[in-house]
Design a protein around this ligand. Sequence first.
Ligand SMILES: C[S@@+](CC[C@H](N)C(=O)[O-])C[C@H]1O[C@@H](n2cnc3c(N)ncnc32)[C@H](O)[C@@H]1O
Length: 218
Amino acid sequence: MSEENRKTLEVYERTASTYLANTKKHDELDPEKAYQKSMNLKVFLGKTFSPLREHAKIFEIGSADGVTAKHLERIGFDVTASDVAEDFIKTIAETGVKVIKFNALTDEFPDKYDGILAWRVLVHFTPEDFEKLLGKVYDALEPYGRFAFNMMNREVREVDNEWVDFPGEYYMGEDRFYCYYREEDVRAIIAKTKFRIIDFHKEGGKHFDKWLVFVLEK
Ligand SMILES: C[S@@+](CC[C@H](N)C(=O)[O-])C[C@H]1O[C@@H](n2cnc3c(N)ncnc32)[C@H](O)[C@@H]1O
């Protein structure tokens, strides 16, 4: 586990409640945009995980407020949510979704899953963290299991990585480590594994290229 990820998790541990409050405020500023984003994610999750067996077991890494995990449960999946920060875990538990404390880089997955999701989580992973995670996720998936994740696109950023906080409504009070990836670099790391890329697209931002979205199959 990199120092960058470890220190970022310490920031989340201290600021999770601010993160939760500010995410809500951010959504309230532009409800139409927030609704559209949430609909896009729901469509993507349906398309990605519904080909799996009925009541498929889905594990979410870094669930934060638990909203995505709750949605997956509502549409019929057997969901395990997770996070590292205590305030996130409490908030997720209040939604009624099964939740565990889980560091994706240092803890062992407690079971095998049909699907694993890491949404806006790998932004805090160095390439070495990402490579390590891929190995762990591969081992934790059932045959033909799927891993869906997104990363921020390096092509639309000025630097490879940075420690940042966001002004305005996303303000957390402390910098977190963000790592940006080029599509070809992500593909090169995936090529070292036995995963098959079954879906890829870019989305978000003014030019629909802020995020790289991958779905891998075991
Ligand atoms: C930007 S938030 C995204 C939260 C949520 N998935 C969403 O889309 O709203 C990043 C999340 O990644 C989690 N995270 C970062 N490093 C992690 C690690 N090594 N293991 C598990 N979770 C991690 C943080 O605790 C935080 O919940």
